[in-house]
Design a binder for this molecule. Structure first.
Ligand code: UTP
Length: 298
């Protein structure tokens, strides 16, 4: 029997090259959607799932992430002095209660699999762990994606990965899972298949709960595509040894905020949902003549 699920690894050591120039000096994970950096949404989603230990796999250029979750006494004192208690409350709400942070460094961006492996010494041999990709926002009106997955994990006690339906003509942009129709047991993972070769239209979407075996397998996973240690390769090996289930994320919406268009979509839709801004922002959008200002270059 595995230990309780309490740890989540959040790899934040990537260079965010798709989002240059914004990400030259600012970590991608600190880009804001409405009024909060991406990483704050992710930490709250993890906390809602009962995660108490967050492990950042980070890089020397990403100190702002750790600072965001640290105290800032000077600012707090100023807000108290000025009687700005609502702003103080906003600051205090950044870090969910009962969440602890640990950081480990990934010396070189050698891939997502390698990043996860950098946290191997913090995961006990009998400990399951979650992985959340911090540039993927998962909005759900009732319950966070990882919280739903953690509940499911409690019934199956084996690896569970989040899947989301994508249009069949777009499967070539995603990692796609082949699953059994009965219980979504995963039997195949294919990177960016052609639509006619795709085993399904269920894409792997950036939330995972793994048994400790995944970490063992990463240790022996050789560099794959792009000379990087690929998480998908270790997951494919795990499929041969253990049962892995897909968890279909339904009634919600994911946003790939590592991509400029995905990030813009997230900002617009989160702003429209915001209880304080939504109505006014909706009126503003309705007042615009929504046409592209410039034609796309041929
Ligand atoms: P991405 O490939 O989306 O992130 O990896 P990236 O490499 O930062 O972005 P681009 O493609 O250059 O724009 C998914 C997550 O894995 C982390 C990234 O920080 C991101 O959150 N990652 C990726 C690492 O921590 N280390 C790596 O070597 C690669």
């Amino acid at each position: 029997m595995y230990a309780k699920l309490t740890k989540a690894i959040i790899p934040v050591a990537g260079l965010g090259t798709r989002f240059l120039p914004a990400t030259k000096a600012i970590p991608k994970e600190m880009l804001t959607v409405v009024d909060k950096p991406l990483i704050q949404y992710i930490i709250h989603e993890a906390a809602e799932a009962g995660i108490t230990d967050i492990i950042f796999v980070t890089h020397s250029s990403k100190g702002a992430i750790e600072n965001h979750f640290d105290s800032h006494y000077e600012l707090e004192a100023k807000l108290i002095e000025g009687g700005k208690l609502d702003r103080l409350a906003t600051m205090k709400a950044i870090t969910p209660p009962n969440v602890n942070f640990v950081s480990v460094r990934q010396p070189e961006a050698l891939g997502l699999g390698h990043a996860i492996l950098c946290a191997a010494h913090i995961i006990a041999p009998n400990e399951p762990f979650a992985v959340l990709l911090p540039d993927v926002l998962m909005h759900h009106p009732r319950k966070g994606c990882l919280a739903q997955m953690a509940e499911y994990y409690e019934t199956v006690h084996t690896s569970v990965i989040a899947l989301e339906q994508v249009p069949m003509d777009q499967v070539n942009k995603y990692g796609i899972a082949g699953v059994s129709e009965v219980d979504l047991r995963v039997h195949q993972l294919v990177e960016k298949p052609k639509p006619e070769e795709a085993p399904s239209n269920l894409s792997v979407v950036g939330r995972y709960i793994f048994t400790p075996r995944l970490m063992e397998l990463l240790k022996t996973t050789k560099a794959g595509v792009g000379g990087e240690i690929q998480l998908t390769d270790a997951m494919a090996t795990l499929l041969n040894e253990e049962v892995m289930f897909g968890f279909e994320f339904k009634d919600g919406k994911s946003y790939d905020c590592g991509d400029k268009l995905g990030f813009l979509r997230a900002n617009i839709e989160y702003a429209l949902r915001d209880p304080n801004l939504g109505a006014a922002f909706n009126d503003y959008l309705a007042s615009l003549e929504l046409k592209p200002l410039k034609k796309k270059k041929e």
